[in-house]
Write a protein that binds this ligand. Sequence first.
Ligand code: NAI
Length: 350
Amino acid sequence: MTSLDHEEVLVRRGPRSGLYSIIAVHSTARGPSLGGCRVLRYDDHRLALRDALRLSRAMTWKSAVAGLRLGGGKGVLACRDPARLTGRARRDALIDFGEAVEQLDGRYITAEDVGTSARDIATIASATSHVTGLSRARGGSGDPSPWTALGVFETIRASVERTFGSPDLRGRSVALIGLGHVGLPLARLLAKAGAKLLVADIDRARKADATALGARWVGGDKAFSSPVDVLAPCALGGILDHDSVELVQAPVIAGAANNQLADDHVAGLLADRGILWAPDFVANAGGIVNISVELRSEGYDPKVARALVRGIGDTMRRVYDDADRAGVTPLAAAMALAHRRVADGVSSPV
Ligand code: NAI
């Protein structure tokens, strides 16, 4: 069951497209709610609503732990067949969504997400100014993925430091699963830092990129259970469950994939096995941290973004310290930090 602890939820049928825009504003305690717009296939509008509720809540915790003056929101454009939502029909649906965003008067700011592109965001921007993540050419912060990769890279350094005593990655082995928009720039950073890479991806077309970096190309199962120093999941969520954690040999798991744990109990199983797991929503906040720089009155500056995204390493160190002090898992410590910051609103220190 999806419980409701949100500030507001807007459900609006688009006058042009007939498609429903669902926007969930979970919290604006720390600032306007920000979260992407998904265009996905939903066979049932209840599932679309549930996604918006669940994902907007997750955005609240992610932005709070990252110390951003932002709340959590999410938009869903519920659609039966996204592949056929093209041309005029797509434009109509996106403008309808933009009008729904505009109705919230800045309490929700939208961005790119699963099923939307930078071009789609530009279309939405013709109906509302509450948009982030436009291309650099249009004054926005551009593609978030390399920033997500940088935040994960700093997370890996902080986690390696915690486990081995130094953040130096020279000679450290990393098994990376998913060489996509985040995985590839992450692999480049790791290779440059001197790490030895094992890479797995279900798409064999990625092999050329892996070998160009000097990485060993392996199957997904092999990457998952190899005796490496770090396992970096950068593909799909749910990869760590009650059974699969038994197979992990890496003492550190730190990657970009969202919702890596099948359920929260898995955090305890990992801790019991002596595996340090970097909470995914802390590790993969680089994209939203970069976007937040767009909202400064001075405008977007990549140098500022770089410094802030690099700070994710220190956020992770703090989470690990809190966890040690309280005798809880890093997941519990990160959630406690997020809840404290939301309860305190904008008055809490970042
Ligand atoms: P992507 O779709 O560009 O890359 C995912 C890669 O994983 C693809 O190359 C795909 O072939 C591969 N893959 C899929 N299933 C696999 C499997 N079972 N085994 C091995 N490889 C598999 O996605 P992107 O943008 O790189 O995101 C990766 C993860 O990071 C996702 O979970 C996403 O939700 C999360 N994330 C991404 C952010 C971003 O800025 N792009 C921000 C925050 C989280």
